[in-house]
Design a protein around this ligand. Structure first.
Ligand code: TTP
Length: 220
């Protein structure tokens, strides 16, 4: 019989270090965690099309198709936390929630997404999240200044993000803050743990171990 397990989701701006966080714990607790990295590879190879790149090149034309596909791939991730054979804890990189509450909201706010498209995506979102499959037990918010995120984005040099601006990171930062700190929109979890993600890699991993391992092990 399908059953829900403990679900922890890591959120934060583009470039704040979610992937490093996820990989760190995947290596630390093998077998205990169902780790779901964000499916960026699917977004860059849909029927041999790089939909992420198309969205950055022409957002008005492609943002709705892109966000609809992101939501679909994210919903698969949430579903995999069900099932008797799943490990006890699922660690998700991002969620259906941030795809909507942050990215869809921002595209609409910046008049890049048409209002009709926005309302349709939101109706899908509301339908999905009425099911408890999409509930999150703990959100870990990796909080970093947009300027720090931009440095990291430049350093990793993902081709689709070559023109990514500080302005976009500031908009997305504000929406993460509104969502997770100021509670302006519904939050899918009653527990949000905010971690300063601005330090160097080794200091960060030490902080993450201290703050996050007890949360993950709590469920054993
Ligand atoms: P992120 O989900 O922020 O992943 P990341 O690889 O930047 O994370 P980190 O550096 O913290 O490890 O974004 C991945 C790319 O997908 C980025 O270019 C933003 C884009 N994106 C959207 O445009 N809309 C969305 O709904 C999501 C989830 C991502």
């Amino acid at each position: 019989m399908a059953c829900r397990r403990f679900t922890v989701c890591v959120e934060g701006n583009i470039g704040c270090g979610k992937s490093s966080f996820i990989r760190h714990f995947a290596n630390k607790l093998p077998g205990y965690l169902n780790v779901l990295e964000e499916p960026v590879a699917q977004w860059t190879s849909l029927n041999n099309n790089n939909l992420l790149g198309m969205m950055y090149s022409d957002p008005k034309r492609w943002c709705t198709a892109f966000q609809a596909y992101v939501m679909l791939t994210m919903s698969d991730g949430h579903s995999s936390s069900r099932g008797a054979s799943a490990p006890p804890v699922t660690l998700l990189e991002r969620s259906l929630h941030s795809a909507c509450r942050v990215f869809v909201e921002n595209l609409h706010k910046q008049s890049l997404m048409d209002s009709m498209d926005y309302h349709i995506l939101m109706e899908w979102y509301n339908l999905w999240v009425s099911d408890q499959t999409y509930d999150i037990d703990v959100i870990i918010y990796l909080r970093a200044k947009p300027s720090v995120c931009l440095e990291r984005v430049k350093k990793r040099n993902r081709s689709e993000e070559c023109d990514l601006s500080l302005e976009l990171l500031e908009q997305l930062h504000q929406l993460h803050e509104d969502w997770l700190i100021n509670h302006k929109f519904g939050c899918p979890s009653t527990r949000v743990v905010v971690l300063d993600a601005e330090q160097d890699f080794d200091s960060l991993m030490a902080v993450y171990d201290r703050e996050v391992l007890p949360i993950l092990r709590d469920f054993a």
